[in-house]
Design a protein around this ligand. Sequence first.
Ligand code: SMG
Ligand code: MG
Length: 372
Amino acid sequence: MSETALGIRSVELLEVALPLVRPFRTSFGEEGEKRAILVAVGSEELAGWGECVASPEPRYSEEWLEGAWLALAEHLVPAVLAGGPIREPEDVGRRLAWVRGHRMAKAGLEAAVLDAWLRARGRSLASYLGAARDRVECGVSVGIASSIDALLEEIRGYLAKGYRRIKLKIEPGRDVEVVRRVRAELPDTPLSVDANAAYALSDAPLFEALDELGLVMIEQPLDHEDLVDHAALQARLRTPICLDESIRSARDAAAAIQLGACRVINIKPGRVGGILEARRVHDVARSLGIPCWIGGMLETGVGRAANLALAAMPGVAMPGDTSASERYFTQDLTDPFELAPDGTMAVPQGPGIGVQPNPDRLDDCAVRRMTT
Ligand code: SMG
Ligand code: MG
């Protein structure tokens, strides 16, 4: 095991396409297929893997797959390579700090370097992040369905598998009535809703109606740039508001908490620019007494493995959108992640993220490759 700096010989970008077992619909659009950029960092005889979660279209955030590919190929990868051997994982962020934004692209590259760096030391990502547990609680995010009956059938299937919290996607016109029906059918199930920024403060009465339904949280009800309106809405509700899209950094997290804009934070490493910044968001939330949990971006096993390590951090106090591979894919890129009947999943314990994509599966799923 090497304790010396990590020399990077090459960086490969791979665009992959995997069919989803069912389309995933949110207030901003529908995805029928998972596309992602995998980043593979080659060093000596080992490789490190990272996943960039930018979607094909810039709907969830301003980043999108093609833009992330260009940012990586033209700016981020050359900047990391130009700096020479990596002495510590923070070197990646320092070398990329001059690039404004492009957090998902940066996160994919940082994750790959961090994985290689940890593998060279025989150390797991979970232990590096200070994991407090070796199994984590899992919830599931349920897309907007064609009918309430179809939605209930899907939810019952997930509950039978053991998921500990159900998150319902809502959009204007498919909100209070749907949630009320689900709540009536499932009075004891921990339920949350996620609006993906589809509402305005003038919709406060709608959220007051949701406030009566005993939800665990209401995720990102309002515009991603509007912390002040979120604070005004939170002041009117007992149900905690959880921010997702609005939190792009530890600095945003501190501001949102101090403003009273949220009482829960969804942490996604891609959204905040990397695993190290995700840990900083966690640390800020924890020091200010705000529970956090780990979200999801329909990741393949590569990104999922890192999310499970993050979910083991001590301040993560709620089930994550870290669902089993079979909830997304008939065949994942890695060995599948499986949910235990008690609704928990094992945190990978091997070096780095603890898993690797299967080379044959990668050949089947790769639609584009580029090596620098
Ligand atoms: O990974 O299971 C998952 C998806 C969780 O709902 C989920 N993610 O806003 O939290 C969110 C959405 C964004 C998905 S965009 C592809
Ligand atoms: Mg969300």
